[in-house]
Ligand binder design. Structure first.
Ligand code: SF4
Length: 359
């Protein structure tokens, strides 16, 4: 109860700090991404992690470091993502991690490519009380899927997802399940609509709470051309654009990589915006230390470093001075008190209204 009230007060402070462009802030972060591992079992061409020369060390977060982080953040946040740059199900302790976060009364959100979502793992995750899982399953048909999700087999993944949903249905588990597909924006929309409809019918009578379609992303990196689908090119953001604003993530959230490296956002898979090391300093110290102060300053003055200089977050539309795409913390509060499903339905409505007013 006290944590919820403190959270609300902190959220108001975060809003004030962001709106008034304060570099040194009294508020705390509202949301975290914790990375169990940056190893992945797949080699997807749109992911910077696929390319061997990234220079980023790979590994698994130790359970001790994980507990240390969760003990600290659970004093003031309501939820955390348990994912970042790799496939979280590769971590041998992933179920224990979810259980530990639930014991600390945090909502737990994760994503997976579902290749390792066997019946046993799925059952344990559902039993652990996982609140939200986003399953990446792209391409609508086997040949396209296997070109995107390189090393995965369409039939295996489809079986895993259906078995997981069946378990959810039989035991009435409350985990919110989203299926997320990437679609090539260059394709004919009508053609895609037919494919989309037949794709959804694969999960008929199964409890999918949400389907979401996204264009191919590139995590703000220049990636090699791909013959199967179009990966967008990077272009520089104009900081004189009327919608320009500093990135709200710098006032609301932090991401902690498997080895304790703290980075500014979940797009920073190549550690280009390192803010500190959680093994050396606690979160509050990092939150107002010189690297993040410098980054906030650059965002306020419009001297954006890479990869922010190519990131559309800084020109998203605004509502009451806040990015229309969301302000980390507001969403956590809504998810906690309304439940993820009601929140998502409302978001659908507000997305419609946003389009109506801001198009
Ligand atoms: S502007 Fe983009 S890349 Fe930079 S911190 Fe924000 S979300 Fe990350």
């Amino acid at each position: 109860m006290w944590r919820d009230i403190n959270y609300l007060i902190n959220l108001i402070y975060s809003y004030g700090n962001f709106i008034t462009r304060k570099e040194l802030v009294k508020s705390k972060p509202n949301l975290f991404w914790i990375e169990p591992t940056n190893y992945c079992n797949l080699k997807c061409p749109m992911c910077p992690g696929t390319y061997a020369d990234t220079g980023i060390k790979k590994g698994f977060m130790s359970f001790d470091l994980f507990k240390d982080i969760v003990d600290e953040i659970s004093l003031f946040v309501l939820e955390s993502y348990l994912m970042l740059g790799g496939e979280s199900l590769l971590h041998k302790d992933i179920v224990s991690m979810v259980q530990y976060m639930k014991m600390k009364k945090l909502n737990v959100l994760m994503d997976t490519n579902a290749v390792l979502l066997t019946e046993e793992v799925g059952r344990e995750l559902l039993k652990s009380g996982l609140d939200f899982i986003s399953i990446s399953f792209d391409g609508y048909e086997p040949s396209v899927y296997e070109k995107i999700r390189v090393n995965a087999k369409y039939d295996v993944t489809l079986d895993n997802i259906r078995n997981f949903l069946n378990l959810k249905k039989i035991h009435n588990y409350k985990t919110f399940v989203r299926i997320r597909s990437m679609e090539d924006s260059g394709e004919n929309p009508n053609f895609n609509k037919q494919k989309r409809d037949s794709f959804r019918s694969l999960f008929l009578n199964l409890p999918v709470d949400d389907f979401i379609i996204l264009p191919f992303g590139n995590w703000n990196q220049n990636l090699p051309e791909n013959e199967t689908f179009h990966i967008p090119n990077l272009s520089k953001i104009d900081t004189n654009h009327p919608s320009y604003h500093p990135c709200s993530y710098l006032w609301t959230s932090l991401c902690i990589r498997w080895d304790g490296t703290v980075v500014a956002c979940c797009l920073d898979l190549l550690n280009q915006l390192v803010l500190g090391d959680r093994k050396e300093k606690d979160i509050f110290k990092i939150w107002n230390d010189s690297p993040i102060l410098d980054l906030r300053h650059k965002h306020i003055t419009g001297e954006l470093p890479f990869p922010c200089v190519t990131c559309e977050h800084v020109i998203s539309k605004k509502i009451f001075g806040l990015p229309a795409g969301g302000f980390c913390g507001v969403t956590s509060l809504a998810r906690k008190f309304l439940g993820i499903k009601i929140y998502k339905d409302m978001l659908g409505q507000s997305g419609y209204l946003r389009k109506l007013f801001f198009k």
